[in-house]
Design a protein around this ligand. Structure first.
Ligand code: ATP
Length: 758
């Protein structure tokens, strides 16, 4: 029996995590999963990278799936399950509310035209099917370009141009995700195309004037069970459609029936809450909040991976974050979503405008709860909480889960007091949750001793805090040393990257502007990412300093592309602000560099938590100034003083300006206190201090472990072979043990029954 089974995890979820290479639950998973499955509120704290996402996502998925199954069964039995669609059939016509502006529909909803010669105009039907085999006909009633087929509510109306729509065009091409491939034969004026959807078999096919053209598309597994609607798309053309409300021109193939007469339990409609594949009436059962968009996307992707084997019904999860167009998110919500992962602003927007129903919510999960509060979301969280149903017992009760690497702040405790019911606290590491697998070192940057900051090449861009101050080689002022250390740090960064021959490293800066400047510096060394990331290793034009930026000021698309390029190994360095510090998971990351220490020691813990994940060795290097450094410290949200440094805003906060003096030696002490240990400096030649070197390969201590590799050496081929050899015997023993235990309990039960009888 696997330990995931022991924790009560369903076999479909175990298969999914097994495919990810997870054989055993991490300690936080082993503790939290059974408690959540048992229905309790949970507050959990464990070190960074310890598998908290799985600890809440697996049980949430399991319970949501159980709830959907129960409701689906009730609906199939005609019991309604509380959310069954109304018995009255929706009118099956072209949907005037789901069409492009250039698309016109006749009064009976069955004839349509789009007269633009430049643009395509599309439309969907009012009724879709998520089960069974259905058919409709489209007859070309005027020359022009047509595409006909099926799409989900998430699809663009320009049929066949994205992953949610499947079309067949008059030129004899089928189209999906903008891929146009030969299919069937061309069709035109007076031809009738039959559109066939086999939801259960997962295929879409077509007929032309009654002749079967064969399968056109195989639906991807994850789309099975989603509601597909008739979809047509025209350019200067006209069509007549028949969904089965009147006799068809050509009888559909055996096993298929008109969409208009499909059983009500297999269809979804635009007007009502869609029945969809799930049984939740399309309303979310779980809301998971994350403090940052990137993190929300990561959790959403994890859930998509975990849920892949959960079927009948399958689970629909949606990402609701700002910075991306709301239209697709709205369509998905309309079609029905079971689990929402999002950031507070966008999720609250949808709730307040009635787009995101809250009356079925059973789970409210706050991931990185302390960070959610730090970023001013207390009020939003409370507003959301007030919307959720609290009544019920057992599985119907609202379950609240708070997860973070640190849960010790009074604010988090106070929030938990308001929204949790007798929460069970799982605190696996206490408040200084830093993985053992991380080594910490520092590089002292002293511009008074090391004058290399005076060199003119390579060019260094600094943050312009001292744009108005006198600086130069022979000045002994705090401002001059502050500017000098900014210059020196970039040179030290280059030395560190070279000394460790870093192939992959996350580099933390304080502000978006610092990120931009560092990007310029690495680019000037020959780095860059370029369009398409020109640091690509496979391309043979590998750049030693290739880099991308992940910071709040960049667009969501750019951030997503940057993170992906870094994860794929296409660029070596990811420069980021603290946005990336929380929760971002980059497997096997060997190094983190802090250009400046964070001003809160818990942020240091989150930053260095990007390495040492899942027991992989990591090194955190901090560049620490020996002189005070003046930095921007904006008190006005969105204000960028570096764009126009002036006599006013370069003053310190106390003087009414937007800067502050940073005392890194003091910040270092705070961090050391938090870690309960001193952080050693790298040697003058930037080699590791002896005690740390002894633990890693190349350090002379005989160790075979390297940064970026798993601790414990359990990955060697010999060990893997030995484990494989003994596995059958151990599994056999486990089965025997299970049989022995079962027979013991059976005997005990019989004995108790006999005793009671006597
Ligand atoms: N049971 C497991 N077995 C093996 N690897 C696992 C297991 N659980 C999680 N992991 C891996 O460990 C890494 C860290 O997991 P996760 O991102 O959930 O950590 P976290 O505790 O949420 O971290 P943070 O505090 O930084 O947000 C991921 O790469 C994940 O795939």
């Amino acid at each position: 029996m696997s330990a995931f089974e022991e924790a009560g995890v369903a076999p479909e979820l175990i298969s999914a995590v097994d495919e990810l290479g997870w054989t055993l639950p991490t300690p936080i998973q082993a503790e939290a999963v059974p408690l959540i499955l048992g229905g309790g509120d949970v507050m959990a704290a464990a070190e960074t990278g310890s598998g908290k996402t799985g600890a809440f996502a697996l049980p949430v998925l399991q319970i949501v799936h159980e709830a959907l199954r129960t409701r689906q069964a009730a609906r199939q039995a005609g019991g309604g399950g509380g959310t069954a669609p109304s018995a009255q059939r929706s009118l099956c016509v072209l949907n005037a509310e789901d069409r492009d502006a250039v698309f016109a529909i006749s009064g009976d909803g069955l004839r349509c035209q789009a007269r633009s010669e430049q643009a395509w105009g599309g439309c969907r039907g009012t009724v879709g099917a998520f089960s069974g085999r259905v058919y409709y006909e489209a007859t070309v009633s005027d020359e022009g370009l047509c595409r006909v087929g099926w799409s989900t509510q998430a699809a663009s109306l320009d049929l066949g141009t994205d992953k949610h729509g499947f079309g067949y065009g008059g030129t004899g091409k089928k189209s999906h995700v903008r891929q146009f491939e030969d299919y069937g034969e061309p069709y035109g004026l007076n031809d009738t195309v039959g559109c066939l959807l086999d939801s259960d078999g997962g295929t879409i096919s077509y007929t032309k004037n009654g002749a079967l053209l064969g399968p056109a598309f195989q639906l991807p597994q994850h789309m099975r069970g989603q509601a597909f609607y008739p979809a047509v798309c025209l350019k200067n053309a006209e069509l007549q459609v028949n969904f089965g409300g009147s006799p068809f021109k050509h009888a559909p193939p055996p096993g298929y029936g008109g969409l208009a007469s499909a059983p009500r339990s297999t269809t979804a409609s635009w007007q009502e809450a869609p029945a969809g594949s799930g049984g939740g009436g399309g309303k979310p059962l779980a809301i998971i909040l994350e403090p940052a968009r990137d993190l929300a996307e990561q959790t959403h992707n994890n859930i998509t991976l975990f849920r892949k084997h959960l079927r009948d019904p399958s689970i629909r999860n949606e990402l609701l974050v700002g910075g991306t167009a709301a239209a697709a998110q709205l369509r998905a919500l309309k079609e029905g979503v079971d689990i929402v992962v999002g950031t507070p602003g966008r999720v609250m927007d949808f709730m307040e405008t009635g787009k995101l129903p809250t009356d079925q919510v059973q789970f409210f999960v706050l991931d990185e709860a302390d960070r959610l509060l730090d970023t001013g979301n207390q009020e939003v969280i409370m507003k959301m909480f007030q919307r959720f149903p609290k009544g019920g017992s057992g599985v119907a009760r609202l379950q609240v889960l708070l997860f973070s690497a640190t849960l010790h702040s009074p604010e988090v405790r106070a929030l938990a007091g308001k929204i949790c019911q007798n929460p069970i606290i799982i605190d696996l590491k206490g408040k200084d949750a830093v993985p053992e697998a991380v080594h910490h070192v520092l590089v002292r940057c002293d511009p008074q001793e090391d004058r290399s900051w005076l060199q003119s090449a390579p060019a260094v861009h600094t943050d312009a805090v001292h744009a108005l101050d006198q600086t130069g080689p022979n000045l002994d002022t705090p401002e001059n040393w502050s500017e000098a250390v900014k210059r020196l740090k970039q040179r030290y960064l280059q030395r560190v990257l070279d000394a460790f021959q870093m192939e992959q490293c996350l580099i933390f800066c304080r502000t978006n502007f610092d990120c931009d400047n560092l990007e310029l510096f690495l680019n000037s060394l020959g780095g860059g990412s370029g369009g398409g990331f020109r640091g690509k290793r496979e391309s043979g034009v590998e750049s030693r300093y290739s880099c991308v930026v992940l910071a709040g000021a960049r667009s969501m698309d750019e951030r997503r592309a940057a993170l992906q390029a870094f994860k794929d190994g296409d660029v070596r360095f990811l420069i980021c602000t603290d946005v990336a510090a929380r929760g971002i998971d980059i497997q096997g990351l060997p190094y983190v560099i802090n250009m400046t220490l964070p001003d809160r020691s818990e942020d240091y813990i989150h930053r260095v938590g990007r390495v040492g994940r899942a027991d992989t060795m990591g090194l955190a290097i901090s560049l620490v100034s020996s002189v005070p450094e003046k930095v921007w410290f904006c008190t006005q949200k969105g204000y960028k003083p570096w764009l126009q440094p002036d006599a006013h805003n370069t003053r310190t906060n106390e003087e009414g300006g937007q800067t502050t003096w940073y005392d890194e030696p003091q910040l270092l002490q705070d961090i050391e206190k938090r870690l309960s240990r001193p952080i050693a400096a790298l040697d003058a030649d930037l080699s590791l201090p002896a005690d740390i070197a002894a633990h890693v390969a190349g350090g002379g201590g005989g160790s075979e472990v390297q940064y970026g590799q798993q601790r414990g050496g359990g990955v060697s081929k010999e060990v893997a072979e030995r484990v494989a050899a003994v596995r059958p015997a151990v599994q056999g023993l486990a089965r025997l043990e299970f049989a022995a235990q079962s027979s013991f309990y059976e005997l005990k039960r019989k004995w108790a029954a006999t005793a009671a009888h006597a």
